[in-house]
Design a protein. Structure first.
Length: 401
């Protein structure tokens, strides 16, 4: 089958969206499909050692430049996403002129503007298109404090969201609660494709040993509420409860400057390290050497609908996970008994649960050795790709009937 993939993020970008789309594309290609990818020039994350998806030559890509976000702000974000919209449509026209015609188009969002590109290109190629929803927008932007739910940006975003859901031939998403939300907002069929991990993935480690450190790896953004982690850690340091522990944040994002400010103002700031983004294989090794892994999403109903992709990546490392999550992500983490959840962004509950993990670290480490077995058994990426193939088959058969 000829499949056109449209995604603003793709390896070597260092972001969850790039990992989702990149691994999916790699498996689809290995299963014999003919793929073309329309994406942006690499712009997300600056890992020293970037890993490119195997099996893809550069002629399979149509890349467009995007305007930098810079210091952020609504206008800069809008210009950034609009530049990909315009550029991706132009690249789609170039692909059209090459006389390569897809059987189906898979478009992943956010940004929502990618959905507009997908709609335009589906019309251009006269093909069916499937819209992949990773986060619910614009509600996620409201929850992160990026826009107001009373502003024009929110109203326009909601209108665009509904129209795109109804224009697509099929929707895919990342969790069952999100699937239920989508089914309540569109009559179009919805299929859940968990992020998961590649079933044959083997974590390569050396004998460095495990260190007394709490590690977070991912986006340093508003939605992650990492200021709560830093304040909790530094307060416990001040009380003498974490005398032999350090905190490590790996990544970059819009809230990085504020986090560095918290670190600089604390007398225990030398126990906090903020490292640049790393390639996935490298950061997974760092996870395996860390005593505790941390994740959090701000407490908001919209975040109950999603499962952060790092849930699955963290489980690969076989380390106890301390998570401020609700919804299906929380349900997955508690299955092995080696992970502890706290109320999202609740500093006092976080401090209590962190001290609990440290007091019971040996017991939790033993139970966490089943984390990787669990995620490989129940959430293999290959299973999701087979479901996606079935979706593609359904929509193309409908087009030919």
């Amino acid at each position: 089958m000829k499949i056109l993939i449209l995604s603003q993020y793709f390896p070597p970008d260092i972001t969850a969206a790039a990992f989702r789309v990149g691994e999916t594309a790699e498996i689809l290609a290995a299963r014999g499909h003919d793929l073309i990818i329309i994406t942006a020039q690499p712009h997300k994350g600056k890992a020293e050692h970037r890993v490119v998806v195997s099996g893809f030559s550069e002629e399979r890509f149509y890349r467009t430049k995007v305007l930098p976000i810079g210091s952020g702000g609504f206008r800069r974000y809008l210009q950034h996403y609009m530049s990909f919209f315009v550029g991706s449509v132009i690249q789609g026209m170039r692909c059209f002129l090459s006389y390569w015609k897809p059987d189906v188009l898979w478009v992943t969002s956010p940004p929502l503007f990618a959905g507009i590109s997908g709609y335009c290109l589906a019309k251009l190629f006269s093909c069916r298109w499937v819209l992949d929803i990773r986060d619910i927008w614009p509600e996620s932007a409201v929850a992160a404090g990026q826009i107001s739910d009373r502003g024009i940006a929110y109203r326009l975003g909601k209108d665009l969201e509904r129209k795109l859901y109804n224009k697509a031939d099929h929707l895919t998403c990342v969790s069952k609660p999100m699937s239920k939300y989508l089914q309540q907002n569109t009559p179009k069929p919805v299929t859940t494709l968990y992020n998961g991990v590649k079933a044959d993935y083997l974590l390569q480690t050396t004998h460095r040993g495990v260190h007394n450190r709490i590690l977070y790896a991912g986006n340093l953004g508003l939605a992650q509420g990492l200021d709560v982690l830093m304040y909790a850690f530094l307060e416990l340091k001040d009380q003498g409860d974490l005398s032999e522990w350090e905190l490590i944040l790996v990544g970059a994002g819009s809230y990085e400057k504020e986090l560095r400010g918290i670190k600089a103002r604390s007398s225990y700031g030398h126990n906090v390290r903020i490292l640049p983004p790393m390639a996935k294989t490298e950061v997974l090794r760092e996870m395996a050497y860390s005593r505790i892994l941390f994740m959090n999403l701000k407490g908001d109903n919209v975040f109950k609908l999603t499962i952060p992709s790092k849930v699955f990546d963290y489980l690969l490392a076989d380390r106890p996970i301390l998570a401020g999550l609700e919804g299906e992500g929380r349900e997955i983490l508690v299955e092995t008994g080696g992970n502890i959840c706290f109320e999202p962004s609740n500093k006092e509950d976080l401090k209590e649960k962190l001290l609990y993990i440290i007091a019971h670290i040996s017991e939790l480490e033993e139970k966490a050795t089943y984390n990787s077995q669990y995620v490989k058994k129940h959430f293999p990426r290959e299973k999701s790709v087979k479901k996606l193939e079935s979706v593609f088959k359904q929509v193309t058969e409908k087009a030919n009937s």
